[in-house]
Ligand binder design. Structure first.
Ligand code: HEC
Length: 278
């Protein structure tokens, strides 16, 4: 019986394997033949099991976004209030918001621009996608809020992409006007000019603003934008684990306590008693 069941199962698995192997092979072949380099795996602070995001780095990353990327890229899912307790204090976040102008309509119905508030989203650099394309040779700078989730490799990819400029163009490759060579971008020709240079920003904590440093900081910040609750989830995991351990000890003890009487009882059979008519 057992032998038969295992034979059937083995056959089933063999069939699934036969179906899956070429499929996986094709996926592998497709990614291997992609016309871009695969970004290396970097040991990000937030990747380890017991660490949170690197908040100092994220604060610098916000500065890079604000001073460099915000000229072209929207970050529409982030509001100024989201920065509180993450990269800025409430007072600092209010000042960050106040420093930008938000399109609004006043009580007379006129279009106005007013200083931002904590509840405002980060303003979009362009009125719409067409305006964005028109300003960038037809290539639209995508919203960066979920960029770390949207691309294979996440932070690894963004970091590699930002550090990947200035390389020699491979022989036989021709770039259209407005295109730049970057081996990490699909096809190798990207519409984004090199966005960061050494000392492009001046960090308030005195960190030297090299290209890899800025690329790391913005990648860390964008990873948080894509998954803002990752730290909380990590913390909850350990709290839940602690609570479950205590609960399992208590239930084990309670079960043993309750069943103790039954489990330690001794039952003996004394045989039939004297028959009444004897
Ligand atoms: C001068 C405008 C400009 C600036 C400044 C700029 N970008 Fe871009 N970016 C673009 C354009 C245009 C594209 C679209 C490229 C394409 O599709 O060929 C793009 C695309 C991207 C992409 C997506 C690549 C992909 O896989 O589709 C990422 C990520 C990115 N930019 C990150 C950044 C970061 C981070 C900064 C700030 C350090 C930045 N960009 C600054 C114009 C800009």
């Amino acid at each position: 019986m057992y032998a038969r069941a295992s034979k059937i199962l083995n056959n089933r698995f063999a069939k699934v394997g036969v179906a899956l192997a070429p499929a996986l092979g094709l996926v592998g072949a497709a990614s291997a033949s992609a016309d871009n380099a695969i970004p290396p795996w970097y040991p990000w602070e937030h990747r380890a099991r017991f660490t949170s995001y690197d908040h100092g780095s994220m604060r610098r990353g916000w500065q890079v976004y604000k001073e460099v990327c915000a000229a072209c890229h929207p970050l529409e899912r982030i509001c100024y209030r989201h920065l509180i307790g993450i990269t800025h204090t409430a007072e600092q976040a209010k000042i960050e918001a106040k420093n930008v102008l938000i399109d609004d309509i006043d009580d007379q119905g006129n279009n106005i621009q007013r200083p931002g508030r904590l509840t405002d989203g980060v303003p979009n650099p362009y009125p719409n996608e067409n305006a964005g394309r028109a300003a960038n040779n037809g290539a639209y700078p995508p919203d960066l809020s979920l960029m770390a989730k949207a691309r294979d490799g996440g932070a690894d990819y963004i970091f590699a992409l930002l550090c990947g400029y200035g390389r020699e163009i491979p022989a036989g490759m021709t770039l259209l006007p407005g295109q730049h060579f970057n081996p990490w971008f699909g096809g190798g020709a990207i519409g984004m000019p090199q966005p960061i240079y050494d000392d492009h920003v001046q960090y308030e904590d005195g960190t030297p603003a090299t290209i890899p440093q800025m690329a790391k900081d913005i990648s860390e910040f964008l990873t948080w934008c894509g998954e803002p609750h990752a730290d909380t989830k990590k913390m909850w995991f350990f709290q839940a684990l602690g609570a479950l351990t205590v609960m399992s000890l208590v239930t084990t003890w309670a079960t043993r306590y309750t069943w103790n009487v039954v489990k330690t009882a001794k039952y003996t059979y004394k045989g039939p008693g004297p028959r009444p008519y004897d």
